[in-house]
Design a protein around this ligand. Structure first.
Ligand code: FAD
Length: 544
C-alpha cells in the first residue's frame, strides 16, 4: 500500500535515454495538446470493470510492473493517429493501440512490451458515424461500446435492428472484433459480421479495405471483400495496423424470441450431448452461439466467494459443488445448456420441439421452466445477451477468489463428443495437478466449438499466480500435442501459442514476420502482439 501512495518513476521504453524520451513526449504534447499525453507516473490502480485502468492489466498474472505503459496518448482524429505513428518512427518508440482496454482475461489494457506508449483510441474517437436502417449496417469508431450502439438504436427508434454483444457489454465493438471475440446471437462471430475497415499503417498511410477503396461507393458496409486480395484478415490478431473505423452488420429483429435451458445429470453426458448438438447447430435449429456450462460455473456465477463453500486447499470437491448448486436451476445436474429460438411463436414451435426431442435422448435431461426462477437468476442474463441486450451479470464469477482475476485457456475443436471429452479430461487433470478449480464452458459456433476455461486467481497471491500460469502453459502445450490450438490468447502466452502453429517449420510465423517487416520497417507497432516480432526485436530475448 505504501508503495502505491508514492509517485512512480515512469518506465522508459528499452533502448531510449530517459531525457530523450521525456523530450520526445513534450514534442508529442505540442502536437496533440498537453491534456492528451499522460505520463504513467501515478500509482497503478486496478479499479474494476467499469473503471478499468488503461496503463496496465488490472488482472495481471505477472508482477504488476511487468507489462506497463510509459505513457498514454489520446488521439482525437485519424490525422492525430498518423502524427503519433510518425513520432514513434522518429524516436523508435513502441506504441500499442487499444480501443477501450477491457480485454480482460487476455491482457486487459496492457502493452506486450514494457514501456510502450499506449494509444487509447476510444477516449476521444468514440463516434457512431453512421447507422443505416435500410441496409442494417453501421460504421463506428474505436470508442463505441456494445452498450453505446445498443442505446443509439433505441434512441433512434430502430427497433427493427439488433446488436450482438459478448457476455459483458462494456467492451469496444472494434477492439472485440479485431481480437476475434464472440457474442451469442446468430451474429455472434463478430469478425464474420464486420464489413470494411479504415486502417492507419505503421508507416502512417491510411487505407480503407473492401469497397472502401472505391471513391464514392455506397457498399463499404454491405460487401466486405471489394476487389483483389482480402486484406482485412491481416489486421485482426496482429500488429500490422491501427483500425480507426469499422463497419458492422446488424441483425434483423426476428419478431420474437424464447430462451431455453436444459440440464443434464452426469459428467459423461458430455460426449453424447455434443453429438446431438452438432447436426442441430450446423442446420441452425440451434440458432445462436450457445453455451454448455459445467455446474462449477453455475456455482461461481452465483457471485459468492469459494470460501463460503469450501476452505480446503485443493479444488472444491464435486459433491460440495452439487450441494452449493442445489438451490439453483442446475440442481443436482452437471451440465446446463443455454440457447435461444428466434422468430414468432409458430416459427419457434417447430424448432423447439426438435430441440426438445433431441435433448431428451440424454437420460434424465430436464427442461427448466423460466417462470419458476427468481428474477436475478443467471438464466435471465443469458436471455438478454442472446437477444442482443448488453449486460454485466457475467462478472459475478470473478468474485470466486479475493482480488478476483482471470486468465483464459481457449482451444478450438470440431463439435464432436470425442474432442469434447479429450479437452475436458486434459483440463480436469491439469487443474487437479495445479490445485485449481476447473470452470469449463463449451461455446458452440457453426462447425467448431471454443472450450473457454477461465482460471480465476487471487492477483495478490504470488503462489496462486504461478500455479495458474504453469497450468496454462502446460494446457497449451499438451493440447497442441493432441492437435488443438487456441483461438485467442493472453499477452503472456502469445509467443507460446504462436509457436504451436508450427507446421512446415513454422512457415506461417515466417510469413507473418515478412509482412511485419514490410509494413512496419522500424518495428514500432505493438511489438510481440500475437507472437509477431519485427526485425528490431527478433532474436533478442523478448519472447516469453
Ligand atoms: P481492447 O482491449 O480495446 O482491444 C483488444 C485488443 O485488440 C487490444 O489489446 C489491441 O491489441 C487490439 N486492438 C484494439 N483496438 C484496436 C485498433 N483499433 N487497432 C488495432 N488493434 C486494436 N470476450 C468475448 O469475445 N466474448 C465474451 O463473451 C467475453 N466474456 C467475458 C466475460 C468476462 C467476465 C470478462 C471479464 C471478459 C470477457 N470477454 C469476452 C473478454 C473481453 O472483456 C472482451 O473481449 C472485450 O470486448 C475486449 O475488450 P475491448 O473491447 O475493450 O478491446
Amino acid at each position: 500500500k505504501g508503495r502505491n501512495q508514492r509517485q512512480r518513476l515512469p518506465v522508459v521504453p528499452q533502448g531510449i535515454e530517459r531525457d530523450v524520451f521525456m523530450q520526445a513526449l513534450s514534442e508529442l504534447k505540442d502536437e496533440l495538446g498537453e491534456e492528451n499525453v499522460e505520463i504513467n507516473d501515478k500509482p497503478l490502480v486496478d479499479g474494476w470493470y467499469m473503471e478499468h485502468p488503461n496503463t496496465h492489466d488490472m488482472m495481471t498474472i505477472l508482477d504488476e510492473e511487468e507489462l506497463v505503459a510509459s505513457a498514454v496518448v489520446y488521439p482525437g482524429s485519424v490525422e492525430e493517429v498518423q502524427k503519433i505513428v510518425a513520432w514513434a518512427n522518429k524516436y523508435l518508440v513502441p506504441i500499442f493501440p487499444i480501443s477501450m482496454g477491457r480485454n480482460l482475461g487476455y491482457g486487459g489494457a496492457a502493452p506486450r512490451v514494457r514501456g510502450s506508449v499506449t494509444i487509447d483510441l476510444g477516449r476521444r474517437m468514440n463516434k457512431i458515424i453512421d447507422i443505416n436502417p435500410e441496409d442494417y449496417t453501421c460504421l463506428v469508431e474505436p470508442g463505441v461500446s456494445f452498450y453505446a450502439l445498443y442505446e443509439a438504436l433505441k434512441e433512434r427508434g430502430y427497433d427493427h435492428m439488433w446488436v450482438d454483444t459478448p457476455d459483458l457489454g462494456g467492451g469496444s465493438i472494434i477492439g472485440n472484433t479485431v481480437d476475434r471475440g464472440v457474442g451469442y446471437t446468430p451474429y455472434g462471430d463478430h469478425w464474420a459480421c464486420h464489413s470494411g475497415m479504415e486502417v492507419v499503417l505503421p508507416t502512417g498511410e491510411v487505407i480503407r479495405t473492401g469497397m472502401g477503396g472505391l471513391p464514392g461507393n455506397n457498399t463499404w458496409q454491405c460487401f466486405p471483400y471489394g476487389f483483389g486480395p482480402y486484406s482485412d484478415g491481416i489486421f485482426s490478431q496482429s500488429n500490422f495496423g491501427i483500425v480507426t473505423k469499422m463497419g458492422m452488420t446488424l441483425m434483423p429483429n426476428p419478431g420474437g424470441y424464447e430462451s431455453f435451458m436444459y440440464t443434464f445429470p452426469r459428467e459423461e453426458d458430455l460426449a453424447p450431448l455434443i453429438e446431438i448438438i452438432r447436426p442441430l447447430r450446423i442446420a441452425q435449429i440451434l440458432e445462436n452461439v450457445a453455451q454448455l456450462r459445467h455446474v462449477a460455473q453455475s456455482v461461481a456465477v452465483l457471485g459468492r466467494p469459494r470460501s463460503e463453500f469450501y476452505t480446503g486447499s485443493g479444488p472444491v470437491p464435486f459433491s460440495i459443488l452439487h450441494e452449493a448448486a442445489s438451490k439453483s436451476p442446475i440442481g443436482d445436474h452437471t451440465w446446463a445448456y443455454y440457447g435461444m429460438s428466434y422468430g414468432p411463436p409458430e416459427i419457434r414451435a417447430h424448432k423447439l420441439a426438435l430441440v426438445d426431442s433431441s435433448f431428451r435422448k440424454i437420460p434424465g435431461a430436464r427442461k427448466i421452466d423460466p417462470s419458476t426462477l427468481p428474477a436475478d437468476d443467471y438464466f435471465f442474463s443469458r436471455d438478454k445477451i442472446a437477444a442482443g441486450i448488453p449486460d454485466i451479470h457475467e462478472l459475478r464469477w470473478v468474485n470466486w477468489t479475493p482480488n478476483g482475476s482471470h486468465i483464459a485457456f481457449s482451444p478450438v475443436s470440431p463439435i464432436r463428443g470425442t474432442d469434447a471429452t479429450a479437452l475436458f479430461k486434459l483440463g480436469k487433470e491439469l487443474h487437479d495437478k495445479y490445485n485449481i478449480d476447473f470452470f469449463p464452458a463449451f461455446i458452440v459456433g457453426l462447425r467448431e466449438m471454443h472450450l473457454i476455461v477461465e482460471i480465476v486467481f487471487d492477483r495478490a497471491n504470488q503462489t496462486k499466480k504461478k500455479e495458474a500460469l504453469d497450468c496454462l502453459r502446460e494446457l497449451v502445450h499438451e493440447a497442441a500435442k493432441l492437435g488443438y490450438g487456441e483461438y485467442r490468447t493472453h499477452l503472456v502466452l502469445m509467443d507460446q501459442v504462436a509457436g504451436t502453429y508450427s507446421w512446415n517449420e513454422g512457415a506461417v510465423g515466417k510469413f507473418n514476420e515478412k509482412l511485419k517487416d514490410a509494413l512496419d520497417p522500424n518495428s514500432i507497432l505493438a511489438p510481440g502482439r500475437c507472437g509477431i516480432w519485427g526485425r528490431r526485436y527478433r532474436g533478442r530475448g523478448w519472447e516469453m
